[in-house]
Design a binder for this molecule. Structure first.
Ligand SMILES: *Cc1c(COP(=O)(O)O)cnc(C)c1O
Length: 407
């Protein structure tokens, strides 16, 4: 049982070491200590854990920006009514990623979102609106059973009919199951997972597109949920997996706090002009016109942080990080196999699924838990992010070996 928060005492963190303090200042001090000690051991969740925003915060404090509030309310590619924004940097960030995803420079629209979920919300909403404007019909959404729960939740919120498509044992949407599910008389809004959350599966867009061509529904919109993998794949030789020209998708969502390591939740939603123009947006006078996006106020600070990281690391630094995490994933899986522990990974994935170790180890490394009969029952996954060094991998392997020896 987790201990409950009881006023006026503060718990400096949850496990592994709960420290009870009396004031909020003490809480802050203790919390920082415990967090620094433990952040790198979090293996189950995809945080980079290596971004260093020190220079950014120096600028923020030294220039007195701590006393300024800005707001990116409005369309970053439009004519904003708000004078104090960072929309030019927001556009630069979108353009930077869009070009790596193969978008034509003149055919990009996007925003920096509040999260990957927010990006999926826009993908589903924009897709449904576009299809409805084209055909007069709302789409049926097709998404795999292994896709992130947000997609199903968001369809629920948007009152869209959803068909959940079966996956193979490694978590990829089965083309034949999609074929069987599609009703060609209604538009199809298909969500592809590029990096499913638990198993790190990449839906085979080529094969699924062949099915869509064959069944030929009245209209099709493809949204790619690439929250984690969409961060690093563009910086690898496997960039075709998320290239708009190779895949033919209409929009893509990528998280900013996963691979890129922005220190607060955020993301990218990127689409084309024709999708943007197909939105029946409200005219909002005080924001100079069309407001197609769902949120009104958006952060002005996040785009600066996002671009700070891109500017400091550049394509070279980000490519290096992408290569390192993929190499370390292969190393990690090799080590698990060496000691005879059941473990799997998908191609081009930095997520390893394995048989669940003891509760103690699961807790120590904050492993994310799952269950799959086809893979032997109780499972956990690790996500090999930048903070997951070979040293940490070896420490984990040695803990696991000790556990195996003790039976
Ligand atoms: C993490 C994740 C999400 C949710 O993204 P948030 O940024 O946490 O909202 C959606 N889809 C996939 C595949 C994810 O891995």
């Amino acid at each position: 049982m987790k201990k409950r928060f009881i006023n006026p005492k503060y718990y400096a963190t949850r496990d592994p070491e709960i420290r009870l303090v009396n004031t909020f200042d003490e809480f802050l001090e203790n919390m920082a200590e415990v967090a620094k000690e433990n952040y790198s051991k979090v293996l189950g969740y995809p945080t980079a854990g290596t971004s260093n925003m020190e220079g950014f915060y120096d600028w923020y404090v030294n220039t007195g920006m701590t006393r300024v509030f800005m707001n990116n309310a409005g369309d970053p590619f439009g004519d904003s009514a708000v004078n104090l924004t960072t929309m030019s940097i927001e556009r630069k960030t979108i353009q930077f990623m869009a070009s790596l995803l193969g978008f034509n420079r003149d055919n990009v629209w996007g925003i920096i979102t509040a999260s990957g979920t927010d990006g999926n919300n826009h993908g589903i909403y924009f897709g449904a609106q576009k299809l409805k404007n084209e055909t007069g019909l709302l789409p049926i959404v097709y998404v795999s059973k292994e896709s992130h729960y947000s997609n199903k939740r968001l369809c629920d919120l948007q009152n869209l009919e959803v068909r959940l498509i079966d996956c193979d044992d490694m978590g990829r949407m089965k083309p034949e199951a999609l074929r069987a599910a599609i009703y060609p008389g209604r538009p199809a809004l298909v969500i592809f997972s590029v990096g499913s959350t638990f198993k790190g599966a990449i839906d085979d867009q080529q094969a699924l597109n062949d099915v869509l061509d064959e069944v030929n529904p009245v209209a099709v919109y493809r949204h790619v949920d690439a929250a984690l993998f969409g961060g690093y794949l563009p910086f690898t030789e496997h960039h075709d997996i998320v290239d708009i020209n190779k895949c033919g998708y209409q929009s893509i969502a990528i998280s900013g706090h996963k691979f890129f390591g922005v220190d607060a939740p955020c993301g990218l939603f990127i689409t084309t002009n024709s999708v943007f123009e197909a939105q029946k947006s409200f005219k909002v006078g005080y924001l100079n016109g069309s407001m197609p996006m769902i949120n009104c106020s958006r952060s002005s600070i996040i785009p600066l942080k996002f671009y700070w990281i891109i500017d400091r690391l550049g394509i070279e630094g980000l490519s290096e990080q992408a290569q390192t995490i993929l190499e370390n994933t292969v190393f990690f899986l090799g080590e698990l196999h060496r000691i005879g522990w059941p473990a799997w990974k998908n191609t081009h994935s930095n997520t390893i699924i394995m048989k669940k170790p003891s509760d103690k180890l699961t807790d120590k490394y904050n492993l994310a838990q799952g269950y799959d009969k086809a893979l032997g029952g109780a499972l956990v996954h690790v996500v090999v992010m930048q903070k997951v060094t070979r040293e940490l991998i070896s420490a984990f392997i040695s803990d696991l070996e000790d556990e195996i020896m003790l039976g």
